[in-house]
Design a protein around this ligand. Sequence first.
Ligand code: 4AD
Ligand code: MG
Length: 431
Amino acid sequence: MAQTTYIADIAKYLGQEVTLQGWIYNSTQKGKLQFIMLRDGTGIIQCVLFKGNVSDELFDACLALTQESSARISGTVTEDKRAKGGFELQISGVEILQVAGEFPISPKEHGIDFLMEHRHLWLRSALQHAVLRVRHEVIRACRDYFDNLGFTLIDAPIFTPAACEGTTTLFETNYFDEKAYLTQSGQLYMEAAAMAFGKVYCFGPTFRAEKSKTRRHLTEFWMIEPEVAYCDLAMDMQYAEGLIAYIVERVLDNRQEELKRLERDISKLEAIQKPFPRLDYDDAAKILKDAGSSFVYGDDLGAPDETIISQKYASPVMVTHYPADVKAFYMKRDPQRNDRALCVDVLAPEGYGEIIGGGQREDDLQALLARIKAHNLPQEAFDWYLDLRKYGSVPHAGFGLGLERTVTWLCGLQHIRETIPFPRTISRIYP
Ligand code: 4AD
Ligand code: MG
């Protein structure tokens, strides 16, 4: 039996006999030759079957191989400049595991609902494969960025007793005789961890009962959330900027092929440079007014407003000092201007909108208590959180980067739903 290998590693076996294990992408016959395109998850390769090299029985069996049939194919690796990937396999043997039934997803156009309904099979297509490979690289880059800076990874719980990001998007669940909520953000737990470890981050799924159908919202999405003790807004923004620049660099270094397959305009990503432009809310409001937007001063920025602002710059834009009233209860207020929060939203270029939200946290016990009351939040559920302001409270800050929003932007996609393997939205929980 020849050495089993993956298509991605095929170059190492030039001239040798190997066995590949995969699925048939398509095949064509030309007289005594069959050309079988095999994919194995790491790549795709043309395998050439010459009638004289195998039994007639096997040659005929191979003719019956349908799209997505599974097989082990053995043969000699040869170089072919014209072939995709530069190599071919000259087949010496085929072990058919299963001849697949008619595959629902063919190269013809399918509607998005049909594709989403078949997401478990759609994952095999080249474009979906590329998007999820970019996603993997972004995850690795996030972890490496914080690990290299000496952060400790601390996992936040999924079941929580309280709301972090407002009560309107909470998913409630029964927790024995009590109510619990699926976490909206690991932040409050990271604040506890930052007081124990200095610099921490979590990376996990977060949940929001988003009742609107938009291109930017999932009900289950992943967030990377750093939190740093003795950190102010300016330093927090440096971490945010550094993280995004690093992610872009890693994706450009390691996922060029995927970006090309997605027909992403790579020059737009190459143009991203630190330092990112910094605007405060008033600067942003002025841009919107000049652009003739219907934006109301004092409100949060809507998706169309973010689009207008982000299209003005080649790099992500950092917008700070929003009115405290439109932001979460835990935000520290600007001592210079008490109605403003020491917060930052980072807007991705090309109209992709907010990918990061964060800022400096209220570190004063009395001020925090007053905010919890003002937001009508149940104080008992926050007693532990208030403890953090009783025992060595310090200035601290952090942020959350939405993984799927980031991947949507990097891949240049129209919609967020393809950036997570199995998306959950208001209208979808299957498959
Ligand atoms: O701005 P948000 O709500 O901030 C927080 O949750 C903070 N507690 C984070 C922190 O400071 N540790 O959410 C952060 C990011 C957004 O910028 C966006 O990228 C993403 O999470 N996000 C969503 N992504 C997909 N679908 C949704 N429904 C999202 N809601 C937020
Ligand atoms: Mg936000």
